[in-house]
Design a protein around this ligand. Structure first.
Ligand code: BYC
Length: 339
């Protein structure tokens, strides 16, 4: 099932000293082993010694990532009951369910760093933990579902493929499976838009309108410019991040512009043009004030998203209680039988 690939380290992996054995070792030696492993592009596994700041950085990024997957189910989930055909409903159901699965692999990866899922969920529900800015925008039409697949999942793949090479084993392995699934998500979105663009003028307008609304928030999804990204330098040094926010954004723009041309839509950016000298597309200024407002809780849907998430969690309490009671009964029965 989903979790199989998560925690199977490389059989050749030589553990760095595990924490209990480390007590008598000079801290500098442990740090030197860790640095050498990172410099050699090796993997760090859950029971390896690691600097506390590395553990905290990973936990911050992986838990945010998990929350993004879970909250990311809401904007599209909103359209499951209104999908225009059985085929589209089945595809959308599968996609939204995949996002839930991604959240679970990632919570599991984060748990290997010593924080429980309950603690992470509590941090999300209390507003302390971040999740991706992109999910605080509304899905106003069916075209938004296609555009989320094409652009949001497209941006996610661009960002997440390099994380398959992250220095932390469980995160890297979770990302391999996630990226395969994201690739299907991107394609189903693009294909849905191709069909809509072959439809009526009203459908084509609906797609263009969705592209106009999502384009800039998607570019902001990659995070602040490198010069204003406090976590980037250390994240890159530790092999957690492999490509900077700005470089990923540029790769995304370069990959997406030809796709927009094939679809017949125009990104809403008059400054967008090929720059022969740079070998890349130039693009206009991103509204970073809007980005930070959304990140800090003041986007169009932040409150609604969090309230929906908290309600879903509370409504599901009886399922968790029942599962726990069932597991306890089973365990008690097994103990009785063994006695
Ligand atoms: N939204 O120093 P920086 C999906 C924060 S879901 C909110 O560059 P870092 C999908 C950042 O956390 C996949 N906050 O940070 C699901 C930091 O704040 P803190 C989503 C953002 O960590 C359903 C501060 O700004 N993908 O695919 O080096 C349907 C400074 O930033 C954002 C991931 O989560 C943002 N957009 O780099 C469809 C990918 N950007 O923590 C699709 C994994 C920045 O210091 N995460 N911030 O308080 C990453 O790759 C990195 O964490 C980021 C940020 C590139 C996002």
């Amino acid at each position: 099932m989903y979790t199989q690939a998560l925690d199977i380290p490389d059989p050749q992996h030589k553990p760095l000293e595990v924490v209990p054995a480390a007590a008598g070792s000079p801290a500098g030696q442990l740090q030197a082993h860790f640095d050498a492993r990172i410099d050699a592009d090796g993997k760090i596994e859950p029971r390896d010694w690691m600097p506390e700041a590395y553990r905290r950085t990973l936990l911050r990024q992986i838990s945010q990532h998990a929350h993004s997957e879970i909250v990311g189910m809401l904007p599209e989930g909103n359209w499951i009951s209104r999908a225009p055909s059985l085929k589209r409903k089945a595809i959308l159901l599968a996609k939204v369910q995949d996002e839930g699965g991604h959240g679970l692999y990632l919570y599991s990866a984060a748990e290997t760093l010593g924080t429980s899922r309950d603690q992470m969920v509590e941090a999300l529900h209390s507003g302390k933990a971040k999740y991706s800015s992109i999910f605080n925008y509304p899905t106003l039409s069916w075209a938004d579902v296609g555009v989320i697949g094409w652009l949001v999942d497209g941006a996610a793949i661009m960002n997440q493929v390099p994380i398959c090479r992250c220095s932390y084993g469980p995160y890297a392995r979770a990302m391999i499976r996630i990226c395969k699934e994201e690739s299907f998500h991107q394609r189903q979105g693009f294909e849905s838009l191709v069909v809509q663009m072959k439809g009526t003028p009203a459908q084509r307008e609906m797609v263009q309108d969705a592209v106009n609304r999502w384009w800039w928030p998607v570019l902001a999804m990659f995070g602040p410019p490198d010069a204003d990204s406090p976590n980037s330098a250390q994240g890159m040094r530790w092999g957690i991040k492999r490509i900077s926010n700005d470089n990923l954004r540029q790769k995304f723009v370069d990959a997406t512009v030809p796709q927009a041309r094939i679809l017949g839509v125009t990104p809403p950016d008059p400054a967008l043009r090929w720059n022969e000298a740079r070998g890349h597309h130039d693009y206009g200024a991103i509204d970073w004030d809007e980005f930070w407002a959304v990140v800090n809780g003041n986007g169009p849907c932040n409150k609604e998203r969090l309230a929906t998430r908290v309600k879903a969690h509370n409504d599901g309490q009886w399922v968790r209680d029942a599962a726990l009671a069932h597991a306890q009964k089973n365990q008690a029965r097994q103990l009785k039988e063994a006695a």
